[in-house]
Design a protein around this ligand. Structure first.
Ligand code: GCU
Length: 656
């Protein structure tokens, strides 16, 4: 529990441990994680005057003990309180750690009224963050691809960093339930490819820092490594020499890092090498790596983000939304048990609004990880407040087979997200973006949690010494609860997506991608806008969903308004369920969204006395930028559609 100078403690300030630190605590267990729990308690006691014990005989306020028969799995625990003692009975060492952090979250409440036994266990077995970090600093992307919080916490330019901060990072992650981290970018460049071989020591050093917090390390690898690193003539997954190379290389990895998690692979996607070059498919590629990892209990995360990024915009038969399903659904049942197909939550690419990916319902015989994007590539790049938990909650609770069927959270075996963390003093650039990281971990543990409650938890832990906690809580809820929908209002309308500046993806550029090879088009003309993905007249994408959604999405009358332009090309005069026309909806939401951004900034002024002045100033500056950017979006989008359609705003507001 290093307290790092110049680094914000996020949701684990010393005060979060006050309730535990002032009490008598017994910790039983003799594993590295039990040692971590003891160290945490001892540290808190040193500050707040409590005591740590290891002898069963005595009266304690808090007891943390192991019982493999507890019936809650290795990461679960049973929490209860009676006769003045709070007890955590953990199913395994990790459960001890998660139990401790549950007590931290509850603070004094954990030592109040009696509590009948409550069983806690994670809904998803792996709760993982993917870092898109590079060792080298890229001239355009910077060090962290799509990173908005400075450089990497693992590497400084070209070499490893002092990793003290990584230990603190692991602690924050464990406190919200995360248990795996992939340390490097899915686009594996030449330098980073070597993390698998001669630079493996750098990965081992990171693993050493994260291990005490129950976090396993995974590595993104380049599919062509046998050629690039091994000097072989081929990377064909069915070639014996290639298979032997991976087996040997993987054996060395485990000799160095015995609890290594496994590989992450982006193959045949956006220029990354893959099995297609050898006439093989994704199952061949994934299974080869799965076989190399299996003897050591490792897994391969094989990403389903595969599409043609060299599409001709004139070609109306190709639909990027279809690509992942077309590539992967036919392979269902062919992946090994330790090959996990990792699917982005939507069919395109982390837009502010997309339907749930149809791949999730199409591979019943494959282990699936759903991938979310905590880093705000398309949702304001950590300059805008955009609390994403409400979106993730919708995704996880979506029922692909209709109201009586299972949810996405039921179908997925794992939840993965692209991290939003860098070497910034607040970890996430925007201090309020910490809430997204926290909420991701908590939702991966318990997908049914309410986003507003999670925000409340985060506020309570992160801002312990605020002047008037009630007031700050209210202000933060007013700013953050609805911030995802606010962002949606002032950006691309009704699920159509993109309209961002090509390359960096920040700020509006309505036609920026319209005539590019990337497959992200809105097709606006003088009469209407949107992508026809119907079976009747469009790309047929709606047919990738099971019923009822294949029918709901097929029909412009039934399709939810917020996804209308994702599935349909409609006239500007098309009337939405709420009675407004599409064009009037565009005007209304864009005026409203920009106004709401301005209202957020006004609200934040009222929190001036409740948070540290530097934090207040940083958020205020960022809100200035959000207000400016939201106006820019409003004016570009409204003007664009006014010029295309010639339709006047019913309220006569200023459009340029
Ligand atoms: C997006 C993002 C890329 C990233 C890719 C991926 O397209 O812009 O930077 O590499 O997703 O998920 O692989």
């Amino acid at each position: 529990m290093p307290e790092l100078s110049g680094v914000h403690p996020a949701w684990l300030p010393p005060e979060a441990f006050r309730a535990i630190g002032s009490r008598r605590t017994l910790v039983l267990g003799d594993d590295v994680l039990a040692d971590t729990v003891r160290a945490e308690v001892a540290h808190a006691c040193a500050r707040y005057g409590g005591t740590l014990h290891d002898d069963r005989d005595g009266a304690y306020d808090l007891v943390l003990a192991l019982d493999s028969e507890a019936g809650v799995g290795p990461e679960g625990f049973v929490l209860s309180r009676h006769d003045g003692a709070t007890t955590v009975v953990a199913g395994g060492p990790a459960g001890l750690l998660y139990g401790l952090f549950e007590v931290v979250r509850r603070g004094e409440t954990a030592f109040g009224a009696d509590l009948p036994a409550e069983a806690h266990r994670p809904a998803l077995r792996r709760r993982m963050l993917d870092h898109w970090d590079n060792i080298d600093v890229h001239p355009v992307m910077g060090q962290v691809e799509r990173g908005y919080a400075g450089g990497s916490i693992f590497w400084r330019e070209g070499g490893p960093r002092d990793l003290t901060r990584v230990r603190a990072y692991g602690r924050l992650l464990a406190a919200c339930g995360i248990n795996a981290v992939a340390v490097n970018n899915v686009n594996v460049h030449a330098t980073e490819a070597r993390l698998l071989t001669d630079r493996l020591g750098e990965v081992a050093a990171i693993a050493d820092e994260l291990r005490p917090y129950g976090i396993r390390v995974h590595l993104s690898v380049n599919f062509a490594s046998p050629v690039a690193l091994g000097g072989l003539a081929t990377a064909d997954p069915l070639d014996d020499g290639v298979r032997a190379w991976w087996a040997r290389t993987t054996e060395r990895v485990y000799a160095t890092i015995p609890d290594f998690g496994g590989y992450v692979v982006k193959a045949d996607s956006e220029g990354q090498p893959g099995p297609f070059a050898y006439g093989r498919d994704h199952a061949d590629g994934a299974n080869m790596l799965a076989d190399a990892l299996a003897p050591f209990g490792g897994v391969v995360h094989w990403r389903a983000f595969v599409y043609d990024h060299r599409q001709d915009w004139r070609d109306r038969s190709t639909d990027r939304a279809r690509a992942a399903y077309d590539h992967f659904a036919p392979l269902d049942g062919r992946f090994r048990d330790n090959a996990i197909v990792q699917v982005k939550n939507g069919p395109i690419d982390f837009q502010v609004r997309e339907p749930v990916s149809p791949v999730i319902a199409a591979m019943p015989d494959t282990r699936l990880a759903v991938e979310l994007q905590v880093t705000q590539e398309y949702t304001g790049q950590q300059k805008h407040v955009c609390y994403l938990a409400p979106m993730w909650r919708e995704v996880l609770g979506f029922r692909p087979w209709g109201p009586d069927g299972r949810t996405v959270a039921d179908v997925a075996t794992e939840l993965v997200a692209v991290s939003n963390v860098g070497d910034d003093p607040y970890w996430t650039g925007h201090p309020l973006a910490q809430a997204n990281l926290y909420a991701f971990g908590r939702l991966a543990w318990a997908p049914g949690l309410d986003p507003a409650d999670l925000l409340d938890e985060w506020i309570g832990l992160t801002f312990p010494v605020a002047g008037d906690p009630g007031r700050l809580r209210r202000i933060l809820h007013e700013i953050m609860d609805g911030s995802w929908r606010t962002y949606e209002r002032y950006t691309a309308p009704l699920g159509v997506g993109f309209m961002v500046r090509p390359g960096h993806h920040y700020g509006p550029d309505v036609d920026g991608y319209e005539y590019t090879p990337w497959g992200t088009y809105h097709f606006a003309d003088r009469d209407g806008v949107g992508v026809d993905r119907t079976r009747a007249t469009g790309t047929g994408f709606t047919g990738q969903y099971p019923k009822p959604w294949s029918d709901v999405y097929e029909s412009p009358a039934k399709c939810p308004d917020e996804l209308l332009l994702f599935f349909h090309h409609v006239p500007y005069g098309h009337v939405l369920h709420d009675g407004t026309t599409v064009i009037q909806h565009i005007y209304d939401t864009h005026f409203a969204g920009a106004e709401q951004a301005a209202a957020m900034r006004d609200r934040w002024e009222k929190a001036a006395g409740d948070v540290p002045p530097e934090l207040h100033a940083r958020v205020r500056e960022l809100l200035d930028e959000q207000v400016r950017s939201a106006r820019e979006w409003r004016d570009q989008i409204n003007t664009y559609f006014f010029r295309k359609s010639g339709a006047a705003d019913a309220h006569g507001r200023r459009i340029y």
